[in-house]
Design a protein around this ligand. Sequence first.
Ligand SMILES: *Cc1c(COP(=O)(O)O)cnc(C)c1O
Length: 438
Amino acid sequence: MPVKDRVPRKLDPRLAIHGGEPVRKRPFAPHPVLGPEERRGVLSVLKTGQLSGFVAKPGDAFLGGAQVRQLENAVRRRLGCRHAVAMNSATSSLHAAVVACGIEPGDEVIVPPYTMSASASAVLMAGGIPVFADVDPVRYCLDPADVERRIGPRTRAILVVHLFGHPAPMDRLRAIARKRSLWIIEDCAQAPGAMYKGRPVGTLGDVGVYSLNQHKTITTGEGGWAITANPKLALKMQLVRNHGEVVQDHLPEADFAPVLGWNYRMTELEAAVGVAQLAKLDALTRHRVRLAEYLTGRLRGLSGLSLPEAAAGCTHVYFVYPIRYDAALTGIPRDIFLKALAAEGIPFAGGYVRPIYREPIYRKRRMYERSGYPFDLQKGANVDNYREGSCPVAEDAHARSLIMTGLCRYPLTRADMDDIAHAVIKVLRQRRVLGGPS
Ligand SMILES: *Cc1c(COP(=O)(O)O)cnc(C)c1O
């Protein structure tokens, strides 16, 4: 359909920011939607009177209660992996993964700067030093060429993020990791359901981490899990999860350096919700993909918008629907475009997060009042890594070229996508009144 015919004639052509009628007046239906399955699970736990099955002592209860194990078994089956360790968040799980990989104070871990802050702070929590490598300008995941440039003598791991629902280029990252003997930790918080060359994300590196927080595709309110094929990594993460320092002596197979544990335990209530949510993952993912592909069809061919697309061999699960925005082609500055769109009732974000290294902890290379630990352990080429300009692609995406929406999700419909498309087209047509000097 030609672009000019894609908007119903009855729509008010005057922009809502100029007093016209907005395309959309109703709010979008909230996500997630919990059903009788989750309620049944929670009630069955309440009836037992025991909300957590964990005990930090040698013995069976060290590994948690019946629901936690059921969730871990379901995860193993669904993702085809040997070990799953359910925890109280993805942040905890990332930290446990970093500890399990033996990252020591002053060790460097390569991380993208364009991700949720926890991907990098998990490294700092273990005394490691995040070194940021830039992302690619199409899918915003780690750029393997830049990863290679940042590797130094103290690099021990690559923490890969499958951002916005699209897998990172794992073949090339794995080849780099193999050559340099680096661990790979995959942050899959935004990509549950995504596949890379026939395999679920999280099974391509050494450890894969998923999130179950309120804003993710499936949720337990708070929660997460780590998966691995490596029994030693699994055991170490179990020790980190539940005060392992008082248990390790009783486990003959734990013949590695003593592990300091935290409390990363998941309650039975969350696990019961998680079991019900995991059973819905495939349907929720299909829903996202269908809506996103429909929206792409409606927006295709608009000058200045580059629409998301899955790379060969990958599935995109559209946790976010990202669009590369070129103001030189649309003729409308990004902030004005977004304001006009919001007035039409369609919220889009300009950029995702400020590149993480611009946050004070990195900018100042400091996280304690008196001590410079762990940053003062770092020496060599990567010391300058947190300076402005360090990762220009991420900085440009944030400041200028990325816009995105999280609306391609259950329970929204094609009619909702039509509203998004109509508003985008309506605003783009008003470039003469919105464009400012050109
Ligand atoms: C949400 C998210 C996390 C953290 O998840 P929590 O479960 O809230 O700790 C980590 N990484 C990415 C990429 C995320 O989107």
